[in-house]
Design a protein around this ligand. Structure first.
Ligand code: GAR
Length: 212
């Protein structure tokens, strides 16, 4: 199994989708190792505790320097040596050091069909406000790799969701979560961990061949 660290800031419904998928036996290659929160008050922390997952909070409120916050967060996550890090509703932009340190091992769930409605200022409910203001008829969610520039990394999975007449940002957010985010995130996490395990085995095989 691959050790996965999940980074959260708020309600944690995407974390819950991972917890539920795990308890239904849908994530056999995934070990939900720890939840790292940017706020000790986040409901996501309660969800993790209820599921018996180790939690650690690094309160962003105590920091005036984003670089220092990023470095401290990296140090904390490094302790777990995770095979995968999932930013699941982690709503703060970190400095590029984060993506550089864990390059290729961080994936994010974003509530739109990127590259639409991504980047600075596009997070949480604001994404849906912007989608409605733009008058799009279809939106959705994206799972992608995290790189130094927010919301621009290679896309792993997307799912489209219809925008309905009379939608508010809140109704649209709920539908995007239910129909897209909670569906594609667990699948993408399991797929990553399967691939990770295959890669580890191949590495071991090469080493054995070389040693003999
Ligand atoms: C989710 O919709 C997630 O996609 C979004 O914040 C919400 C967090 O909800 N993330 C972003 O906007 C990242 N740019 P949750 O805490 O209930 O999972």
């Amino acid at each position: 199994m691959t050790d996965v660290v999940i980074m959260v800031s708020g309600g944690g419904t995407n974390l819950q989708a991972l917890i539920d998928a795990k308890s239904r036996g849908k994530l056999p290659h995934v070990n939900l190792r720890a939840v790292v929160s940017s706020s000790s008050n986040a409901y996501a922390v309660t969800r993790a505790e209820c599921a018996g997952i180790e939690t650690v909070s690094l309160d962003i409120k105590g920091y005036s320097d984003r670089g220092q916050y990023t470095r401290d967060l990296c140090g904390l996550i490094r302790n777990y040596n995770p095979g995968l890090i999932v930013t699941a509703g982690f709503l703060y932009v970190l400095t590029p050091e984060f993506a550089e340190e864990f390059d290729g091992r961080v994936i994010n769930i974003h509530p739109s069909l990127l590259p639409s409605f991504g980047g600075v200022g596009c997070y949480g409910i604001h994404v849906h406000e912007k989608a409605l203001a733009a008058g799009v008829k279809v939106t959705g969610a994206t799972v992608h790799y995290v790189t130094a520039i927010p919301d621009t990394g290679p896309i792993i999975a997307q799912k489209a969701v219809e925008v309905l007449d009379g939608d508010t940002p809140e109704t649209l957010q709920q539908r995007v979560m239910r129909e897209a985010e909670w569906v594609i995130l667990p699948k993408a996490v399991e797929a990553f961990c399967i691939k990770n395990q295959v890669n580890q085995r191949q590495k071991g095989h090469n080493y054995d061949t070389f040693a003999s």
